[in-house]
Design a binder for this molecule. Sequence first.
Ligand code: SF4
Ligand code: SF4
Length: 218
Amino acid sequence: MMSRFSRWHLSITPSECVDCRLCETSCPFDYIDKPNTGLDRESREAGVKRLSHLFIMLPILVALGGWIGHRLSIPMSSYNMKVYTMEQILAERQNPDLEQTLYTETFDEMGLSEDALMEDALLIRKRMNMGGWLLGGFMGLVFGVKLIGISTIRSQKDYEVVKPSCFSCARCCGYCPSDDMHKPNFVPGTAAYNEALALADPANNPQPEKKGAQEAKV
Ligand code: SF4
Ligand code: SF4
């Protein structure tokens, strides 16, 4: 979880990467993104159209979120003791047959001013209403921005580590033939070395020596 706050991360140097794909298969968590060039993509016009629709929707989502927050602020404000007592007093005034609750009974016994209670309760409701608009609007904005984010496909030409999720455990480094520290793992002539070269450039593929030939050399 702390990985996303980490300053230093594993990274792949595009100029040194030979696209052998060995790191891709070595990461047990699938935190290496592959290049997405050559994939079937929607036309540019369709992408621009969808994005412009989402940008038009953004203020609507903000307004909708704000309105939902405003509507929720009314029942939520009832959790406040003063607002709840005010609601009970008003309900009892409207319907004298209603039995007094513990709150209204205690309020009466304390001999406090109903006007002062009303004033406080209305102020609390007003503040919660404003908070509901702001919080709801913010949630709508976050939702809209996320929606734009997931509908925008960035062109990626190189292998890239998914930085927010990668643990920087360096397991994949041991499989990278371009990593200086791990080059000794890839001794020319070995199956792993040739496999990596074949994947990178099939035309320049040195064929692995046959076992018999190697034995004859020895
Ligand atoms: S450092 Fe570890 S978690 Fe990150 S991409 Fe490599 S193998 Fe995966
Ligand atoms: S193992 Fe190294 S050279 Fe191969 S694709 Fe991954 S980063 Fe590139």
